[in-house]
Design a protein around this ligand. Structure first.
Ligand code: PLP
Length: 400
């Protein structure tokens, strides 16, 4: 069974078997990822790229092999177009502070959407404060779907960047990013896609999407924490100035001037998260071996099952009911505070997330300060969903 490959699921909480429904916050890792990380530290522990000794060569080969695996997973034209970062947050900040900053003057516009994670809002706000650019927002409807009919008007000759989330972490909405990118490109606006929540659930093909940038968080796609990817079109990456200075990103340094390294090393100053990178490569291989088709089908099936069961709970309102959704169900229950619900469920061994999920503007739209969120992964089971629904019922009875 696939589930047996995830030792992190096989624990007890308050004496109850864990039911892990907080996958959108961070997923569990398969043994293969844990082994890859451990193998690095125990069998070829060395720094990469600069060493001529055997262990350094093996570590370098594994780290660069991981880049290749990730490139295959997202169908990038070349692994060189993948920059290792700490995750989606760092990837977005990198683009904001290099590519976008260079293109912006006072009065220019950056377009984002109403359902962005704070990490795809705040970097752009900071940039606007520093450059005098203006942040504009694509609205959404009451199901949590973007109102794309507004795009033609929202994109103006001052729009210099569009940044949009592929899959919303709080609403579960899968945005039609290919269509958004085509519309933006027709007006010569480059697009960054925040893909943090997409890869754990669905196939991503950056060439088919034609996105200018795509960001990935390793820990959401069954990989280690503190590692992620920024994919970019080669012409952008080559033209962009470096972001952080230091070792590795240079070809030659004198006190007078520095010649920068080629892409992607130009953006990877300092010793990277070597173990994390190797673990991420193992996660990519794991996903490809399981098969995205299988993951996607299981996801859809779990979402349908959970949605039906949850909707039968008295007073429960789902927040985010888009026609095209991934396996994330945010909800509120009349008379029950989400934090209280989360605390009671924890005592039953169930892990869910409560609060604003780093998407305060999206929740303000629904006029709720926070929600409870159950987010599923392919290793979750119908029995777990039944148990979760029973425990939510019990908690509701306790509070109402
Ligand atoms: N974007 C979305 C949609 C997310 O869900 C998250 C994390 O929850 C992020 C960005 C930030 O990812 P990270 O913390 O891995 O940088």
């Amino acid at each position: 069974m696939l589930r047996d490959q995830f030792p992190g699921l096989n624990v007890t909480v308050h004496g109850k078997p864990l039911v892990y429904l907080d996958n959108a916050a961070t997923a569990c890792r398969p043994q293969r990822v844990l082994d890859a990380v451990q193998e690095y530290y125990t069998r070829f522990n060395a720094n990469i790229h600069r060493g001529v000794h055997t262990l350094s060569e093996i570590a370098t080969e594994r780290f660069e092999g991981a880049r290749e695996s990730m490139a295959r997973l997202i169908n990038a034209p070349s692994a060189r177009q993948l920059v290792f970062t700490r995750g989606s947050t760092e990837s977005i900040n990198l683009v904001a502070n290099t590519f976008a900053r260079e293109r912006l003057s006072a009065g220019d516009e950056i377009l984002i959407s109403y359902m962005e994670h704070h990490s795809n809002i705040v970097p752009w706000q900071l940039l606007c404060q520093q450059t005098g650019a203006v942040l504009k927002v694509i609205p959404m409807n009451e199901r949590g779907e973007l109102r794309l009919e507004t795009l033609d008007e929202l994109i103006t000759e001052r729009t210099k960047m569009l940044a949009v989330v592929h899959v919303s972490n709080s609403l579960g909405t899968i945005n039609p990013v290919k269509e958004i990118i085509a519309k933006a490109h027709a007006r010569e606006v480059p697009v960054l896609v925040d893909g943090a929540q997409a890869l754990p659930h669905m196939a991503v093909d950056v060439q088919d999407l034609d996105c200018d940038f795509y960001t990935i968080s390793g820990h959401k796609m069954y990989g280690p924490t503190g590692i992620g990817i920024l994919y970019g079109k080669m012409e952008h990456l080559e033209a962009m100035p470096p972001w952080q200075g230091g070792g590795e990103m240079i070809a030659k340094v004198t006190f007078e001037r520095t010649v920068f390294n080629h892409v992607p090393a130009k953006f990877e100053a300092g010793t990277p998260n070597i173990a994390g990178g190797i673990g991420l490569g193992a996660a990519a291989e794991f996903i490809m071996d399981v098969g995205m088709d299988k993951i996607q089908a299981r996801d859809a099936e779990l979402l349908a099952y959970a949605t039906e069961k949850m909707q039968a709970i008295d007073g429960l309102r789902l927040i985010g009911t888009a026609a095209c959704k991934t396996a994330v169900n945010s909800f509120v229950i009349d008379g029950v505070h989400p934090h209280d619900l989360g605390t009671v469920l924890d005592h039953y061994g169930i892990a869910i997330r409560t609060g604003h999920h780093c998407t305060m503007p999206a929740l303000q739209f629904f006029k709720v300060p926070g929600t409870a969120r159950a987010s599923f992964a392919f290793y979750n089971t119908h029995e777990e969903i039944d148990y979760f629904v029973d425990c939510v019922q019990k908690a509701r009875e306790m509070f109402t």
